[in-house]
Design a protein around this ligand. Structure first.
Ligand SMILES: [Fe+2]
Length: 193
């Protein structure tokens, strides 16, 4: 997937989540917010790791890219503030609105200004490669996030099954004893002859 298609797909996903946030309430609202946070953190990460560094040098995209980094910082700060809340207070709702407005502005600026200029500044091959790099990084991050979840589940399961481990060790020891006794029988036969 080319870089623009990938980033635009991310933008559409976050827009949907923001409209879900508006209609949700209670703990469901907090869960939607967690999804928005995960998506935005992943999205800003891949942009800052691959896309923006490629756009910092070309003259056409230099200024807009620096602006985009700053807009990301504002979004990240709001996400951090909001994630400390346990429930949706009036203040939290207000922060949510500011977050949404910031993201919408940022998305608009990227799609209407930065992307067309980037398309002119980069080669088709660059755009394709950047897309592949960002896609791979996204998958890698998502894999480590899900394996972290799994390993915490496993460690809970391990502590439950720990009592069966010594039994297995004892069984293998008794096995080696039996072969030892066979050998000793042979040696007694030999000694008889
Ligand atoms: Fe961005």
């Amino acid at each position: 997937m080319d870089a623009f298609s990938l980033l635009k797909a991310d933008h559409r996903k976050v827009e949907k989540l923001f409209s879900q946030l508006e209609s949700a309430s209670g703990q469901a609202k907090m869960r939607v917010f967690e999804q928005i946070k995960t998506e935005l953190e992943l999205h800003t990460h891949i942009e800052e790791k691959f896309f923006y560094p490629a756009l910092e040098k070309p003259k056409q995209t230099h200024e807009l890219t620096l602006e985009a980094y700053e807009e990301h910082d504002v979004v990240k700060k709001l996400l951090q503030q909001m994630s400390r809340a346990k429930s949706a207070t009036e203040e939290w709702e207000a922060q949510g609105k500011v977050l949404q407005e910031n993201v919408e502005h940022h998305v608009e600026e990227e799609e209407n200004e930065l992307f067309p200029k980037a398309e002119a500044a980069l080669s088709e091959e660059d755009i394709e490669t950047l897309g592949e790099q960002m896609e791979a990084e996204k998958e890698r991050k998502q894999r480590t996030a899900s394996s972290k979840k799994k390993s915490s589940n496993k460690s809970a399961a391990k502590s439950k099954s720990a009592s069966t481990a010594p039994k297995r060790a004892r069984a293998s020891k008794s096995g080696s004893k039996s072969t030892g006794s066979k050998r000793s029988k042979k040696s007694t036969k030999k000694s008889r002859r």
